[in-house]
Design a protein around this ligand. Structure first.
Ligand SMILES: Nc1ncnc2c1ncn2[C@@H]1O[C@H](COP(=O)(O)OP(=O)(O)O)[C@@H](O)[C@H]1O
Ligand SMILES: [Mg+2]
Length: 289
């Protein structure tokens, strides 16, 4: 049997940049170092024999967004054959950002969000958000990755039209104030391996024209970031997962708020902090022993 299958998406050689999983090479070389047999497969590779895997490490299935049901079904099926990390139930819960609502109800400071599940609510929810937090709003699907279907606008009619479009495509919609901090301090991702915060990365804003670095840069994992990320993991009962990423942004009053808790397919920015690749391989090995 193969100890661990690293799950990615079907790699299209014509696509570069953000579609390349920069973590993959480092992780498999760490698997080699600790003596784990490994394979790499796309989640939707029907020719792949999943029954041969002991542990299936879901890492970069970045094309699941338009096929979420199929993806979750795959994860549940594979879980009857192997350990899936993160577990299928976690993937199910984490691939729709409505989980932010649950976390907020457990006391986590999340980015202020209005939820639109019905086209009739769109105008009211958007007007309320603009009234409370200012004219610039972000409108995005609750199921997304890499800012797909996400817009920034100051025009309430454009915001409403976009919300209706996303609803018509079968997704829920969320509306947030545009947080200026993404442009200065940046969105900060705290990478967590096996329940322990490992390193922090400042990420470039996705919605502005700022000519910022496309990848990310290492920043200090301060006590504030450490505490904020641990509080999120605790509230989400996510402390025993192999990997997690806590994406934080500072709101206007100076407090850090949760933008996203990534338990499905976060880039872990391992090339910026290689000890995390060792920790990840050790976490996998411990689940196999
Ligand atoms: N409220 C917001 N204020 C500022 N930027 C935002 C906001 N919401 C999203 N963005 C930008 O869009 C990106 C993608 O949004 P996010 O909620 O992280 O969803 P996903 O990463 O799943 O696409 C963020 O990393 C950020 O750069
Ligand atoms: Mg994100």
């Amino acid at each position: 049997m193969t100890d661990v299958v690293y799950v990615t998406h079907e790699i299209d050689p014509s696509v570069h940049g953000s579609h390349v999983d920069t973590d993959l090479e480092l992780v498999v070389s760490e698997f080699d170092r600790v003596g784990l047999d490994w394979a790499v497969a796309a989640w939707d590779d029907h020719g792949f024999d999943w029954s041969d895997a002991r542990l299936v490490l879901v890492r970069s299935p970045w094309d699941y967004v338009l096929r979420r049901r199929e993806f979750l079904e795959w994860a549940r099926d594979v879980e009857t054959l192997a350990i899936v990390a993160n577990p299928a139930a976690v993937l199910e819960q984490n691939t729709d950002k409505v989980y932010l609502r649950t976390l907020a109800s457990h006391g986590v400071r999340t980015v202020a969000t209005g939820w639109i599940h019905d086209a009739d609510d769109a105008g009211r929810v958007i007007a309320r958000m603009r009234q409370d937090h200012g004219a610039r709003v972000v409108v995005k699907p609750t199921v997304s990755s890499a800012a797909r279907g996400t817009i920034l606008t100051s025009d309430p009619l454009e915001a409403e039209a976009h919300a209706r479009l996303v609803l018509a495509q079968g997704f829920g919609v969320m509306v947030q104030p545009y947080l200026e901090a993404v442009e200065a301090e940046g969105e900060i991702s705290v990478v967590v391996i096996d329940g322990r915060p490992s390193h922090a990365v400042r990420r470039a804003p996705a919605l502005s024209d700022s000519p910022d670095a496309a990848f990310g840069e290492l920043v200090e994992l301060t006590d504030e970031l450490h505490h904020a990320s641990c509080a999120v993991l605790h509230a989400a009962e996510a402390e025993d997962l192999v990997y997690a990423r806590v994406d934080l942004v500072r709101e206007a009053d100076g407090a850090l708020a949760l933008m996203e808790l990534e338990l499905t397919e976060p880039s872990l920015f391992l090339t910026l902090h290689e000890p995390a690749a060792q920790a990840l391989a050790a976490a996998v090995a411990s689940r196999l022993s």
